[in-house]
Design a protein around this ligand. Sequence first.
Ligand code: MN
Length: 323
Amino acid sequence: MGALEAAVAVLARAADDGATVVLSGHVQPDADALGSTLALAEGLRRRGARVTATFPGPFVLPESLAWLPGAGALVSSDRLPADPALVVSLDAADTRRLGDVAAVLESAPVSLVVDHHASNPGFGTVQLIDPDAAATVALVADLLEGLGVPLDGTLATCLYAGLAADTGSFRFGNTAPGTHLLAARLLETGIDHARISQRLFDSAPFGWLGLLSAATGRAVLEPATGAGLVWTWATTSEAAAHGLAPDHLEALVDVVRAAQEADVACVLKGADDGSWSVSLRSRGSTDVSAVAQALGGGGHRMAAGFTSHRDREGTIAAVRELL
Ligand code: MN
């Protein structure tokens, strides 16, 4: 039995039993983590399972994702049902990315890990891990098909959000013929993809422009570091001063990585506790997942990240060293 068939079998059994199932994406969930969680939760619900969808604390949903169908029914990870028969991890590259849900997964009799990160070491009792999948939502689409759940606008909206986000709106190298075929199936349900993209990528409070100006204004170009490094930083308190939630820091790297003199773009996002959440992007010649993994994180060749408890200079020095 292949990995997909094994995963479908585990989900189908839970649905047929009307079992209690907990689904979770990774900490600070993005569109792929939430889209895959919400789509699979809804599919399993339609098949008869008792489903709770969550993500690891802090239980704060980015405004750009709070509108996803089913997001209002997400449950905080400290209020999960006791003794679920099955726990499903979605888009989490390792157990650390599951935060406080990791213990729930580890104590469940059966756990299913659905992911597309090449750095995923493999955890859980059943695994559907495919680094060739453009997004975790693509694997969820296969699972829903295997479960016999037809796609409709609700499911397609969640799946499309993850697919568009993880492929950079079908611009990144992970976009394959199958990615477009899936997108076509999703569009055929009648979803308003332009509106979805606008809400995901092109909507922010006016204060975003001020934060962007400050962060890009202090960007540093280091052409001699590796194949070239461009980096900058911003903090959650600085975001707050511009009237922005912390998740608005996530989009900074998408602007910074345009600097063509640098193969690697790096944005240090300072949290209130003094730690730095670091985003790395490559233009192609550097494997940033190797850098992130060496520093305790993970991700993909072209996009990766890690958390640092050093100060700002110490953090960028560690990145510089590895490049
Ligand atoms: Mn993903």
